[in-house]
Design a protein around this ligand. Structure first.
Ligand code: C2E
Ligand code: CA
Ligand code: CA
Ligand code: CA
Length: 279
């Protein structure tokens, strides 16, 4: 039953998990040695399609492993979810992102919104709302400057509970958006019960936008659905001018992607903000 391959992958998982635990510990402990490996955040600009201005950023986690270097999130987020570690990691992400967003404000830079990805596992935690409230209070960031990105599949696991939690967050002033829209098990009827403000078109529909009439049809449908529900629509993974021009011509509101900027460190966002203020 236990093939050699399975053993390898189980062992790999255990090693990865141990690494994640150490990285979390080191991240939370300012005195931990540098070789422990830590998490840090990078930030990707969100841009208003019509004005071309950066109005917000999405925080994305990075893990620098002491031996393997940068480990991409898809390699460890799943395991962090399975093991429950995502709850503590996610709490650190929210706190750090709020602190950083408030630091930009305090430096006199234009107030950006900061978006944080929230996993299903985190959303199921009773204390999620309390943790978010703490992060806001601690940092001094106004709740209206924080957005949480959630996926559809997450919300389908326990619809009533998800809606209840979203309402509490919204009542606090925090915004919510549906990430990767169209890739999950979407239930269109559930959309109307979600107190969200934004739909994000997944990058898999944006990639071939210039050539694929199917992807064009999907993008157009999401844009018009979003607008009819009074939501803003953002497209992710925008890499080319043709993609941007298509989205702009069809009244998509916002974009994110390498065309404007890859995810960068906080300092670089500060420079971009200062430059934008001078324009
Ligand atoms: P996502 O939330 O859909 O994030 C978008 C991903 O697309 C990011 O990958 C980003 O770096 C990448 N990207 C941005 N612009 C472009 C572009 O123009 N072209 C292409 N091809 N890709 C682009 P990343 O940072 O590797 O994150 C992957 C996924 O890991 C995220 O997908 C999200 O689901 C998850 N993730 C990242 N950070 C966190 C976190 O702090 N918490 C949780 N729970 N999940 C996270
Ligand atoms: Ca996201
Ligand atoms: Ca996506
Ligand atoms: Ca995602």
């Amino acid at each position: 039953f236990y093939t050699r391959e399975m053993n390898a992958s189980v062992e790999e998982k255990l090693v990865l998990l141990e690494g994640l635990r150490k990285a979390l510990e080191a991240t939370l402990d300012a005195d931990a040695p540098a070789h422990a490996g830590r998490f840090h955040l990078v930030y990707q600009p969100k841009v208003d399609l019509r004005t071309g201005r950066m109005f917000g950023v999405e925080a994305l986690i990075r893990w620098r492993h002491p031996e393997h270097g940068l480990v991409p999130p898809p390699r460890f987020i799943g395991l962090a979810e399975e093991s429950g570690l995502i709850v503590a990691i996610g709490e650190w992400v929210v706190r750090s992102a709020c602190r950083q967003a408030q630091a930009w404000r305090a430096a006199g830079l234009e107030g950006l919104t900061v978006s944080v990805n929230v996993s299903a596992r985190q959303f199921e935690e009773k204390r999620l709302v309390e943790r978010v409230a703490n992060a806001l209070r601690e940092s001094g960031l106004p709740p209206s400057a924080l957005e949480l990105e959630v996926t559809e599949s997450l919300l389908m696991r326990d619809l009533n509970q998800a809606v209840e939690r979203m309402r509490e967050l919204k009542a606090m002033g925090v915004s919510l958006s549906i990430d990767d829209f169209g890739t999950g098990y979407s239930s269109l009827s559930a959309l109307k019960s979600f107190p969200i403000s934004t739909l994000k078109i997944d990058k898999s529909f944006v990639r071939d936008l210039a050539d694929s009439t199917d992807d064009q049809a999907i993008a157009l449908a999401v844009i018009s659905l979003g607008h009819r529900l009074n939501l803003r629509v953002i497209a992710e993974g925008v890499e080319t001018e043709q993609q941007r021009d298509f989205l702009l011509a069809h009244e998509c509101d916002e974009m994110q992607g390498y065309l404007f900027s890859a995810p960068v460190d906080a300092e670089r966002i500060g420079e971009m903000l200062a430059q934008q203020a001078r324009r």
